[in-house]
Design a protein around this ligand. Structure first.
Ligand SMILES: *[C@@H]1O[C@H](CO)[C@@H](O)[C@H](O)[C@H]1NC(C)=O
Ligand SMILES: *[C@@H]1O[C@H](CO)[C@@H](O)[C@H](O)[C@H]1NC(C)=O
Ligand SMILES: *[C@@H]1O[C@H](CO)[C@@H](O)[C@H](O)[C@H]1NC(C)=O
Ligand SMILES: *[C@@H]1O[C@H](CO)[C@@H](O)[C@H](O)[C@H]1NC(C)=O
Length: 203
């Protein structure tokens, strides 16, 4: 092995060890996670005509179903979120910005528990055609916390899905240049498989 190869091998070994330490999970004793359901994914890009709103939008709804063991007999209940991303079409991109969603939980939130959803719009990298409203990925993050007998348990779940006009979205563009897209009925709901990225409690 030449020294450069050895160096590369050692570097990747180190990266592997480092990442498995950083993202390492305690052993799993959870049921497999149920997929989330995206029931709404609508986008709008403005015409850019003087006097009209310069804002582009993404509206998303997502639901988690079933309760998940949190720890010490407590569980995280299902929740729904209504998310909005908004940016100036002509001069901004929405990528890599975390947008907070409005979350509704099946069980009324108390002081000791909370669930919050966020979305991030990700740039599609394996395509020549980039559009934050027509061809994009969305990363959904659900953070749930509960405090039981002074112990805090939490889970951070992440799932990413691809959305694309002509695949799971359809819509129209007006003569003025504005465009509106939404999930195709036959693709609704779109499923998103969550994975656990951080956990304390039953993991
Ligand atoms: C999206 O969420 C909002 C707010 O919870 C709700 O009023 C609306 O009916 C939902 N739409 C769909 C298609 O799920
Ligand atoms: C969804 O949440 C936004 C705030 O993020 C709110 O302005 C909007 O009215 C909500 N939509 C519905 C249908 O509840
Ligand atoms: C978003 O983040 C990814 C990964 O960190 C990076 O490759 C990409 O350039 C970023 N895009 C923008 C528009 O900041
Ligand atoms: C939930 O737990 C996460 C991870 O420890 C923490 O970053 C976050 O602040 C907690 N949120 C609440 C509302 O306690």
């Amino acid at each position: 092995m030449r020294s450069s190869e050895l160096f590369l091998a050692l570097t990747s070994l180190f990266a592997l060890a480092h990442s498995s330490e950083e993202f390492g999970r305690p052993k799993r004793n959870l049921e497999p996670l149920e997929p989330w359901k995206v029931t709404k994914m609508s986008t709008f890009s403005p015409s850019g005509r003087p006097g009209s709103s310069p804002l582009a939008h993404t509206w998303a709804n997502i639901t988690s179903s079933g309760s998940i063991a949190a720890g010490h007999g407590a569980s995280f209940e299902s929740s729904d979120a209504n998310c909005t991303a908004e940016w100036v079409w002509a001069s901004e991109v929405p990528y890599n910005h975390t947008y907070e969603c409005t979350t509704t939980t099946a069980v009324a939130p108390s002081q000791s528990s909370s669930s919050t959803w966020t979305i991030e719009i990700l740039e599609v990298t394996n395509s020549n055609y980039f559009s934050p409203t027509e061809n994009f990925d969305v990363k959904f993050t659900l953070t749930s916390n509960v405090t039981v007998d002074g112990n805090e348990y939490y889970k951070v779940l992440v799932g990413t899905q691809h959305f694309e006009v002509g695949k799971n979205m359809r819509g129209t563009c007006g003569g003025s240049g504005l465009c509106s897209w939404a999930l195709r009925d036959e693709n609704n709901p779109v499923l998103v498989q969550p994975t656990i990225v951080a956990c304390e409690g039953t993991c």
